[in-house]
Design a protein around this ligand. Structure first.
Ligand code: 2AM
Ligand code: CA
Ligand code: CA
Ligand code: CA
Length: 273
């Protein structure tokens, strides 16, 4: 049984409150005002309201801490304090199309000891409002789904592995590069899925639902919580060169040990040609 810390409780309370709002808004999507930040990059009143709810909760629970929000950007905290990294709605495109695959992602990152920039992510939570699943992890204390300990999948063979990815869309990513990787991988694996929430993709690697995941051009709010979840569930996350990064954004490659190694080889080979 997990001894849930005060910090995870605070994050979960904020996520559940915002998640309740998202569930209500999800039934009324035709009434939501939607604007566009860039090509195919939408933000709705639901993203903004969820972010506001999370902010209101967390700033009272942890005064002086900073924030990095997808929508509101960076809000500095007091010197030496940690910050929350928040994606209030990961999977906005699904949400706006009435598809129930979206999540809230909240992570906590500590400042570096030398005071220069940001260091380790020490806590992460990915909450899926529609299924009411709360995936959470704390540094050195494991990854959990509610009170169940998570472990990455033990499947070691490509032909029994289900792999998640994110596909480039209008305004983001290199479709040619993605197709090369897909072309190298698809004939060898049991399946490839693109469900549209990177935070959930990583949480599902941690939960052993997927054996691996790759995507490019991600941001800290998409990956910070999910990356800790995978590591604390015994998996590996790196960039495409195989280097471990604190937040694992930009180029992400995740999996259990066997699949991380195999996927890395396939990626390197595909991108060489
Ligand atoms: P978002 O919903 O928070 O914007 C997966 O490819 C990631 O890219 C998602 O985590 C999603 O985060 C982001 N994204 C932004 N626009 C997208 C789009 N049109 N299609 C798919 N993903 C999109
Ligand atoms: Ca977005
Ligand atoms: Ca996102
Ligand atoms: Ca978002």
């Amino acid at each position: 049984m997990a001894a849930i810390s005060g910090l995870i409780r605070v994050m979960e309370k904020a996520a559940r409150k915002a998640g309740g709002r998202l569930r209500r808004d999800f039934g009324e999507i035709e009434h939501l005002q939607v604007s566009r930040k860039g090509p195919a990059d939408f933000v709705s009143k639901a993203d903004q309201a969820a972010e506001r709810t999370i902010w209101d909760e967390l700033k009272v629970a942890r005064p002086g801490w900073g924030f990095l929000f997808e929508e509101a950007g960076e809000i500095e905290g007091d010197p030496g304090m940690p910050r929350f990294i928040v994606d209030p709605l990961d999977g906005t495109t699904n949400f706006l199309h009435g598809m129930p695959h979206f999540a809230i992602s909240i992570a906590v990152q500590e400042p570096r000891l030398d005071g220069k920039g940001w260091g380790e992510v020490i806590a992460g939570l990915v909450y899926q409002p529609i299924t009411d699943e709360s995936f959470w992890a704390e540094k050195s204390r494991g990854a959990w789904l509610q009170d169940r300990r998570l472990r990455v999948s033990s499947r070691r063979h490509l032909d029994e592995s289900l792999i998640a990815t994110g596909i480039p869309f209008a305004g983001k990513g290199d479709a040619g590069q993605w197709m090369k990787i897909y072309g190298g991988l698809a004939p060898q694996v049991a399946g490839i899925r693109r469900f549209g929430s990177a935070a959930l993709d990583l949480a599902w690697v941690a939960a052993g639902r997927y054996e691996g995941f790759w995507e490019a051009d991600l941001s800290p709010w998409d990956t910070a919580a999910g990356c800790l979840l995978v590591r604390e569930a015994g998996g590996f996350v790196s960039d495409w060169k195989g280097r471990s990064q604190p937040i694992c954004d930009v180029e992400v490659l995740a999996g259990n040990d066997a699949l991380h190694t195999r996927l890395h080889k396939i990626l390197v080979t595909a991108l060489k040609d």
